[in-house]
Design a protein around this ligand. Structure first.
Ligand code: 5GP
Length: 194
């Protein structure tokens, strides 16, 4: 997705060889026009897959997911990372190791928001080692529903998340794929390899 790649090149910062900061348009400040285009891009990649619901993780997955939900005409559910006083229903939970925070969290979704006949599109902002997407897929399976696909805004292709998810049989689509972040330089996978 060209606009996304431009944004990453112009506004992204390689904090290290492995971590990309994109707080100008995705992780802190949000660019609504870019989010609309991201929603359309996910629609193009997943329409025809009979998606009935989108599942994401708070907080940075919510903006792209809402736009994809609008484009696909389906509701969006976000898994919560923290126990909330109002989250007292029956919960579906999974453990996720956070790459950026280096800690394990339990994520939870009220079971009334996923049913066994759902065909779910999982969306997240970044794909690194696949922990977050895999935990969301665990929640879908706990509900007896089907993972129709996994949509990622920024895939760091030098980490093994995409391979792990594809090896598990999931259809993964990433809108930007980063080959390396070495020496503060952001390099994308060439389209030939993409
Ligand atoms: P994974 O679970 O695939 O190892 O990592 C993905 C999750 O970690 C995403 O939900 C995202 O919040 C966070 N993450 C991983 N790598 C990065 C990164 O380079 N930059 C940012 N901003 N978040 C990241």
């Amino acid at each position: 997705m060209e606009l996304l790649k431009e944004k990453i090149l112009n506004e992204g910062v390689a904090l290290s060889d492995t971590v990309l900061k994109v707080d100008h348009f995705l992780n802190h400040q949000i660019d609504p026009e870019l989010m609309v285009e991201i929603g359309q891009a996910f629609k193009e990649r997943f329409e025809g897959k009979n998606i009935t619901r989108i599942l994401t993780l708070e907080s940075s997955g919510i903006a792209p997911s809402v736009m994809a939900g609008l484009a696909l005409g389906v509701p969006v559910v976000f898994a919560r990372k923290r126990k909330s006083l109002t989250l007292d229903e029956n919960l579906l939970t999974a453990e996720v190791y956070s790459y950026t925070k280096q800690e394990t969290n339990t994520i939870a979704v009220a079971d009334k928001f996923i049913s066994s006949d759902d065909s779910i599109l999982i969306i997240d902002d970044f794909l690194a080692n696949g922990e977050a997407a895999n935990a969301l897929a665990d929640i879908v399976h706990l509900a007896g529903a089907r993972v129709a696909g996994i949509g990622i805004v920024i895939e760091k292709s030098f980490q093994d998340g995409a391979k792990k998810l594809k090896d598990r049989g999931y259809h993964v689509e990433s809108l930007a794929r980063i080959a390396s972040l070495s020496n503060g330089e952001i390099n994308f996978l060439s389209e030939v390899n993409a």
